[in-house]
Ligand binder design. Structure first.
Ligand code: GAP
Length: 483
């Protein structure tokens, strides 16, 4: 049974072995932004590859897309983000910590239900930027999560979640733009383009992986919630009335994906994962939503708002979204079913995963410690698809021609798998370093290799060693790694 990792174990291993570093560390660090080091970038790329393979490559009904991060500001008016994408926060007067008010816990009274705040966390309520509304919240019985003070908060204030930037070199005519808070809107904005240029027919999906940005009030738990993160989103368009069926389909598909990649899946339900922090530990890993026809309808309104955009000096705050056309079902983002001769706005099922959050879940899942001959062995039991390095190649010693043979093997295998060559230090220590990096196989060239062309192949989890002839290595790993 694998050891349940503590978050500190993961953070320290990630830093020690070059998976993840704090951003701008040499300047004292930038809160809630992280950089992926040499092993981390391989892990993250593998998570993305596995997602893409399962959601796009292996399916005949999904196509891919890669949209720009900056989009026309009206996109965010139509999507609702410009008006609603703000949280209410309050500042503790004693310790000056700012907390989202839906994260504040009540001082315990007999009727108070534990875990309310965690629940609120999972179903984030984004409220309208309306200060009057903010005043309606009673914080007199709420506890500061940092210092424990009760009821000593400032008035709740809205906190903008979208990052703003300017487009245009001249301050006078520059335009406020937003870094996208979700990748999904790029997909909706390209729905027509994809329909017109491919042979897709409903039901079909459009998938995208890319960076999103949210000026989160509280960031937490390492890479679990950060201000810059990567999402892997699928918008699956279907006929209204079939949406429940597709919702169930995608829930199962996505659940199976996590289970397949996580060896232990210590806990993974709908799709939550038991992370080693927080009171209840259960945290959202991926949201699967039935977005109905909301987004496409909103963008049809957005398109109708374009003239107001120019009339109002391209100032989003002065613009009201145009009313929906009476014949919206036949609008520019509608779909024509040429069998039933019927036009409609499709419904959308959206499995939306976080790449960084998934990487954290896979790290937690893979982490293990065990006693081996009186020493602690730290290891990451990654599945082969996720392991940053698939095969490490060593000469037993740095003489007698062993390095030359090992380098030849390494040069051959690296054409097919991500490999690593190491000749420094005792071989036992080299094995341990690879265990900690999650490398499933190590190949060692020894004295016998020079006699009979066989090497030892050591398997990470069992530490078992077998002898294989060098000519069979490539096929052996192809089969074992299944990639
Ligand atoms: N398009 C729908 C959407 O964006 P969401 O529940 O806000 O829905 C989907 O986000 C997923 O993106 C989450 O389940 C999580 O994995 C990831 N995610 C969201 N905010 C994040 C953040 N601040 N840091 C890391 N991952 C985040």
């Amino acid at each position: 049974m694998a050891k349940i990792a503590k978050l500190d174990d993961i953070v320290s291993l990630c830093k020690r072995r070059g998976f993840i570093f704090q951003s701008s560390e040499i300047y004292g660090g930038l809160a809630s932004c992280y950089d992926y080091g040499p092993l981390g970038v391989e892990l993250k790329n593998n998570v993305k590859k596995a997602w893409w393979k399962s959601v796009v490559q292996m399916r005949d009904d999904v196509v891919g897309l890669d949209c720009s991060i900056l989009m026309h500001p009206l996109v965010w008016k139509a999507s609702g983000h410009a008006d609603k994408f703000a949280d209410l926060i309050a500042e503790c007067k004693k310790c000056n910590t700012r907390t989202r008010i839906d994260h504040l816990k009540e001082k315990l009274v007999p009727s108070a239900v534990e875990g309310d705040a965690e629940q609120a966390e999972q179903h984030t309520e984004h409220v309208s930027i309306d200060t009057a509304q903010a005043k309606l919240h009673d914080l007199s019985n709420k506890i500061c999560p940092n210092c424990g003070m009760v009821g000593q908060f400032t008035e709740p204030m809205p906190f903008k979640l979208m990052f703003e930037t300017q487009m245009g070199a001249n301050i006078d005519d520059s335009m406020t733009m937003y870094l996208r808070p979700e990748t999904a809107q790029g997909i909706f904005a390209n729905f027509r383009n994809v329909l017109d240029t491919t042979r897709v027919k409903i039901p079909f999906g459009i998938a995208q992986i890319g960076k999103s940005f949210r000026n989160e009030v509280t960031t937490k738990a390492f890479i679990f919630r950060t201000r810059e993160f990567e999402q892997a989103e699928l918008e699956f368009f279907c006929k209204p009335g079939t949406d429940e069926e597709w919702y169930e389909h995608w829930k199962q598909q996505r659940f199976d994906w996590y289970i397949k990649l996580a060896h232990y899946a210590k806990a993974c339900v709908d799709v939550e994962y038991s992370f080693p922090f927080g009171s209840g530990d259960w945290q959202e890993l991926e949201g699967i939503a039935n977005r109905t026809d909301f987004d496409l309808r909103q963008h049809q309104r957005g398109i109708r708002t374009l003239n107001k955009w120019f009339e109002n000096d391209r100032d989003l705050s002065r613009i009201q979204l145009a009313d929906e056309a009476k014949d919206y079902q036949a609008g520019p983002l509608s779909y024509f079913d040429d069998v039933q001769k019927h036009r409609y706005i499709p419904y959308v099922i959206e499995p939306s995963a976080g790449i960084d959050r998934s990487a954290l879940a896979f790290l937690v899942d893979a982490y293990d410690e065990e006693e081996v001959r009186g020493e602690t062995r730290n290891l990451l039991r990654f599945s082969a698809a996720l392991a940053p390095i698939k095969v490490a190649v060593f000469p037993l010693v740095k003489r007698e021609g062993m390095p030359e043979v090992a380098i030849n093997i390494y040069n051959d295998l690296k054409k097919y798998f991500n490999c690593f060559y190491d000749e420094k230090g005792a071989v036992g220590r080299r094995y341990r370093r690879q265990d900690e990096a999650g490398t499933p196989y190590c190949v060692t060239v020894d004295g016998q290799t020079l006699q009979d062309n066989t090497v030892t192949v050591r398997e990470r989890d069992s530490m078992e060693q077998i002898r294989i002839s060098t000519g069979q290595l490539r096929n052996h790993f192809r089969e074992k790694l299944d990639i």
